[in-house]
Design a protein around this ligand. Sequence first.
Ligand SMILES: [Zn+2]
Length: 269
Amino acid sequence: MTNQEKLDAIMEKMAKDYRKLNATQQAFAIKEIARVRGDIADLLADFAADDGTIKRQRLSRLLRELTEIEDLVRDYGVTAIDAIIKETAGFTTTAVSAGLAATVGAKALTSAQMERVNRDIFEYVVKRFGDDGLVLSDRVWRLSGDMRDELSKVLRADILRGEAVSTMIANIRQVHDNETWKIRRLVVTEGNTAYRTATAMNASRSDVVTAVRVHRGAANRPEHRCTQLEREDRYGMGAGLYLPSDREIYNMHVNCTGYLTYGLNEDYL
Ligand SMILES: [Zn+2]
């Protein structure tokens, strides 16, 4: 087995491990954002009359209080996604450093070097503008705004119908379940972007890696940018091979699970 083949095998395994980690990150973000259900239950309890309903005279006041709930969703969401990006950067940097040490005997990064590269990865991911013209925190804000809109609709209808607070709480749970796919999409998109950015930024700092290879996501759709990039020979190095500084491969499209592996410098093959 050549060094390149050994490294390819290590990086394929790493990509598989990251897919598993991303699944736990999705569950974590969903759970963190769901904490707001407790805050909403407290709010409804404050507004409830003795008969367990909320009087319609209090409706507009309650809907205004949802601003606070929206802020909480945003706080829980931003805190969770920041933790996910940091975790992904740490996971990737540690794994590629170990992989390069095990195959070509590259010197493992010191903890200070790891900290620096992980900080750069985090900064890049939270500050990048997507095709939607938004940065990451804007996307979390949009999510919290959507959730507020849905909550308003449900609470307004329930209060006008004279439903009990217990029914409202069940209906709110439904709102959260309906919004879950948006949280998943956000964590897939941003987590995988952090994963690819971390892979590429570590390659930029390495003397033994000259290129990164694009592997399309599982969807394998011809119209997906990752599938096109896997086939393109942009630098005359071969199809799918890119300079680590080419930022298009960090985020190929929304919900992309494509990943990168390394092309070794020919002295180390
Ligand atoms: Zn893709």
